[in-house]
Design a protein around this ligand. Structure first.
Ligand code: SF4
Ligand code: SF4
Ligand code: SF4
Length: 297
């Protein structure tokens, strides 16, 4: 075990601890979800090979610390036979985080764990110039903090006013959290300013006559966010995406743009600032028009 390549081990989720000869083993968790069988395997491995401790990471991951260098491969095999795979670290696409989404949360506009699984299958562990984080919030409440990810996704619904049965009560105007609606009771008109709208759907939920309808439901995409030493908030890019396939293309285009333009140790947001968000948006538009799908190589 003298010739261990620590960088390669780290990329494969086995991270050297401060204590010599000990490793913390990162596991592959998607959207914060694990089966009870997987949990059982993790507990068993932590007790047999670690010191019984299990660490929950800041991004819904799990690490088993205090694994001896000699046991790393045994741990990997034991985890694998119990349905758990080892995670990634280094310059790769990291854990896809997600909230509970609409199957559990009453506010949910999309099934975040399902989408996390789809994105994980396409992108998890792929190489990029520097770490790349993707997070999915099921609605505008944004529990996963989409804008703090290199690519963040938020469930969204676009409202549409149907004047036929409108009672001109003004409720939609008063519930809108960003004052994007003007309900003119005299002129009997309701106007939505979409440049202000955050696609939360509150106006649709609150309308007593069902005159504020759902035009389309989908995802908003944010690019270039990060936390850490120099935090920055991602910017919203593109339109409201209605289909998984378009969203996958958009995430694929983001990864491709980063590979083409990013420098080692530079986060996606840094590359976007240096090269220009407008260039990225142009690249994204072209990719959305031409690519058959966004699967990363
Ligand atoms: S982001 Fe929305 S859907 Fe997801 S847990 Fe929070 S409130 Fe629920
Ligand atoms: S809440 Fe509904 S009924 Fe009332 S003004 Fe808005 S669209 Fe019309
Ligand atoms: S969807 Fe939300 S932000 Fe947009 S107009 Fe309706 S209430 Fe306002």
């Amino acid at each position: 075990m003298e010739d261990l390549d620590y960088q390669e081990l780290k990329k494969g989720g086995m991270m050297r601890q401060s204590e010599k000869g000990r490793f913390s083993v990162r596991l592959h968790v998607t959207g914060g979800n694990l089966t009870s069988r997987a949990m059982g395997t993790i507990v068993h491995v932590a007790e047999r090979f670690g010191n019984g401790g299990i660490h929950l990471t800041a991004r819904q991951g799990i690490e088993i610390p205090n694994i001896s260098q000699e046991d790393l491969w045994k741990v990997k095999n034991e985890l694998s036979s119990g349905g758990v795979s080892v995670g990634v670290c280094g310059p790769t696409i990291r854990t896809i985080t997600a909230c509970q989404g609409c199957r559990i949360c009453p506010y949910g506009l999309l099934d975040s764990p399902r989408l996390a699984g789809v994105i994980d299958q396409h992108f998890y562990g792929k190489p990029v110039p520097h770490k790349f984080k993707i997070g999915i919030s099921g609605c505008a409440n944004n529990c996963i903090k989409a804008e703090e990810n290199d690519v963040g996704i938020k469930g969204a619904v676009e409202p549409l006013w149907d004047e036929e049965f409108c009672a001109h009560c003004g409720i939609c105007q008063s519930v809108c959290p960003v004052k994007a609606i003007d309900a003119d009771q005299e002129k009997k008109k309701v106007k939505i300013r979409f440049f202000q709208c955050i696609y939360c759907g509150d106006c649709i939920q609150s309308c007593p006559t069902n005159s504020m309808k759902e035009a389309q439901r989908g995802f908003l995409l944010y690019a270039g966010g990060k936390f850490g030493r120099f935090p920055s908030i991602g910017k919203r890019i593109g339109k409201l995406f209605s289909h998984d396939s378009d969203l996958i293309k958009a995430v694929g285009a983001s990864v491709e743009f980063f590979r083409l333009n990013g420098k080692p140790k530079e986060r996606f947001g840094g590359a976007l600032e240096r090269v220009g968000f407008d260039k990225f948006e142009e690249f994204l538009r072209e990719k959305l028009e031409e690519a058959p799908d966004g699967k990363a190589a």
